[in-house]
Design a protein around this ligand. Sequence first.
Ligand SMILES: C[S@@+](CC[C@H](N)C(=O)[O-])C[C@H]1O[C@@H](n2cnc3c(N)ncnc32)[C@H](O)[C@@H]1O
Length: 146
Amino acid sequence: MAEYGIRVDIIPEVNPDCIGDAHSLMFRDETFDLVFLDPPYTDDYSASLYGTGRLNFKRYSQEAVRVLKEGGWLVVYHFVATPQIPGTVMVKRIFIETRPWHRPRVVHIHRKSEQEWRMKSQEIEQVKQRRRENRQGTKSRQLQMF
Ligand SMILES: C[S@@+](CC[C@H](N)C(=O)[O-])C[C@H]1O[C@@H](n2cnc3c(N)ncnc32)[C@H](O)[C@@H]1O
């Protein structure tokens, strides 16, 4: 991968281009057209496979958004579906089968767009509000039955 980009890792043993912490990158705002995140999948994997500390998805994904140019691509590779990332819109989620009885891998493709994110978060807020109202409606109907 380093042939085409800059590989950052917190441990020198894997021979990265830059040694650094994904929660606090050494790059300026809006530097890259594409950022690819391939983190350890769990805290146990961090400790047992790499000897690294706990990761905070919110913090390192926001840091990736910071170094991305507007309109740039953020790709997250994981074994679970990860949430929406503020400042971006999720364009595609691709589930990759591995072996029977093994977890799939999930590739999430996000595009950085502050404007689209604002619209999306308003939509999410409206859906949440409707769900709250529906729940309240159901509760008051249940109470009326008694
Ligand atoms: C699944 S591997 C990714 C391998 C990578 N795709 C490659 O080709 O080298 C996960 C990597 O995340 C690194 N890592 C763990 N915590 C980190 C952190 N806070 N900041 C940067 N890298 C971290 C680990 O050292 C490990 O090499």
